[in-house]
Design a protein around this ligand. Sequence first.
Ligand code: ZN
Length: 292
Amino acid sequence: MRDFSAGHEALSINTATVRKSLGQDWPLDQIIDACAQRGIRAISPWRDQVAAVGLSAVAQQLKGTGITLSGYCRGGFFPAGDAAGRKAALEDNRRAVDEAKTLGAPCLVLVVGSLPGALAGAPLYTDIARARTEVRDGIAATLEYARSVGMPLAIEPLHPMQAAERACINTMEQALDLCDELDPGCTGALGLAVDAYHVWWDPKLQSQIARAGASRLLAWHVCDWLTPTRDLLNDRGMMGDGVIELKKIRGWMEAAGYRGFAEVEIFSAQDWWLRDGAEVLDTCIARHRSAV
Ligand code: ZN
């Protein structure tokens, strides 16, 4: 297992972690500069943050700083109430693939979606099996395009507490079954983003990481699970402040062949987003060494 205690070469910052500094929006170009100043070698930005600065400006800034991407957030949300909605989702995913390509991302992360409209509090239907079929078809169609331009897709299984609103793929096993169906040759075109926050509780986690193997393990997201958790979405903890055995899980990832970044992804409306972004980045570096 790699030794993270002496440096942070393997650290990536998911820029949602510092999307706010002292409670105010922190623009992506400033985040990139702050990462470069600290020798942080990789980030994973979100589409809205990129759009706010401008795609080509961000691509240029990344080139200038030498910072690479550990992923691009995100595509997905395939289910819709009607054919027009599903078509619009596919078109949007195609744009996301193109943006990921422009930024040189190693993969586009997919939060696949579930009951359409549920996120806004008004589900258009309640048949989760139907949502899963629409997700399968959406990934299959997007995969065809992504393959043609050489952009791997990383399905992110989400904790079942998000099963209605954000993702009807909730376990590693379910995600890998879909990978095996759509990419039976394990070509590297389709795999997983393994987010510790979503999968740490899964009794099959170790065996499914081993099953995935290096060709399917496209990204590794870290943070911590706080007890108690005060909000289902935006109360993630800093690594070392909760109950996830991050080093143990990373050991499983590396035993399966994973050699990529450990990407810090913390949504924290009541704590880290209220602090100075510089302090958050410095803490990420320290905890990457001690707790990841
Ligand atoms: Zn994640």
